[in-house]
Design a protein around this ligand. Structure first.
Ligand SMILES: [Zn+2]
Length: 285
């Protein structure tokens, strides 16, 4: 059946002599793969519409439960020119696409995820700095969309709000629950969690006690505040968030642990590693 949907191009690969297999994240059907016949010919009707990180209007011959759909037409809605021409925007956008591609299954519709992806790319095109904030905001909101919304506003044990325990030292982020434990409640809770972890751990890792056990991460109040904003602020204000390099490192590590906790198969995001390596080099220079 001939079907229309908006989509974001996630990736493409060569197929036979002149064609391409393209992975889309679509508004109506979630992720799907399509064959674009003749897409690699000089005068292809698809032009640049099948480039990753492009927002397109897609027309498909779609059959349910078929692994590969047939792309009939694909026209650019938004080309995202800056994302395609500036390396730091591009690596930020690619890390968002990489995450979507890894964590979604074919043909599982999620219109909210599509909107988040589209909004994030729009902002990566529009923003003038701190693109990585949009990646982090995307990560934490995506976790929320998949049912792992973290609770960052108050201590999960005594109920005190973050502002009430600022100045008391680091809190603990319980990765499995997505909950915060304030510095006053943390020692007791962390000890319990550590003991559980320690007793289960294989012998080779015994005794390697660190602040980052598998189920808990130490987290500063400053990082908590930034994470709250990354989660709740309007996307168009996220890139204006400023914080220190130490906080940035903590945000990166916390989100990595949090995603890994809930999505066990998640592989490291290569594009994000490249993005952060470049950003660190620029800040040293
Ligand atoms: Zn508490």
């Amino acid at each position: 059946m001939l079907t229309k949907t908006d989509a974001i191009v996630l990736k493409g690969m060569k197929y036979r002599d002149t064609s391409k297999i393209v992975t889309f994240y679509t508004r109506r059907f979630g992720k799907l793969k399509g064959v674009a016949k003749g897409a690699r010919q000089m005068k292809s009707k698809f032009g640049a519409a099948l480039e990753p990180m492009t927002n397109v209007a897609l027309v498909l011959y779609r059959k349910e439960h078929r692994d590969l759909q047939l792309v009939s037409q694909c026209d650019i809605i938004k080309p995202y020119k800056k994302i395609h021409s500036e390396f730091d925007r591009m690596t930020a956008a690619m890390s968002v696409l990489e995450l979507v591609n890894q964590l979604t299954h074919d043909e599982e519709e999620n219109a909210a995820l599509y909107s988040l992806l589209l909004g994030t790319l729009d902002e990566l095109e529009r923003a003038s700095r701190r693109f990585v904030n949009l990646v982090y905001a995307f990560q934490i909101r995506l976790a929320g969309l998949f049912g792992f919304e973290p609770s960052l506003d108050q201590c999960g044990s005594c109920g005190r709000r973050v502002d009430e325990f600022a100045g008391e030292g680091s809190a603990v982020f319980q990765l499995s629950k997505g909950a915060i434990v304030c510095p006053r409640c943390a020692p007791q809770q962390a000890q319990h969690a550590y003991e559980r972890e320690f007793c289960r751990a294989p012998s080779s890792s015994r005794g390697r006690r660190s602040e980052q056990t598998k189920s808990n991460a130490k987290i500063s109040v400053q990082t908590l505040r930034v994470l709250q904003r990354l989660f709740r602020a309007k996307l168009d204000s996220v890139s204006a968030l400023e914080y220190s390099k130490a906080t940035g490192n903590e945000i990166d590590a916390t989100l990595r642990l949090y995603l890994r906790q809930h999505f066990e198969d998640l592989k490291p995001l290569k594009s994000l590693e490249i993005h952060n390596r470049m950003a660190n080099r620029d800040s040293v220079a």
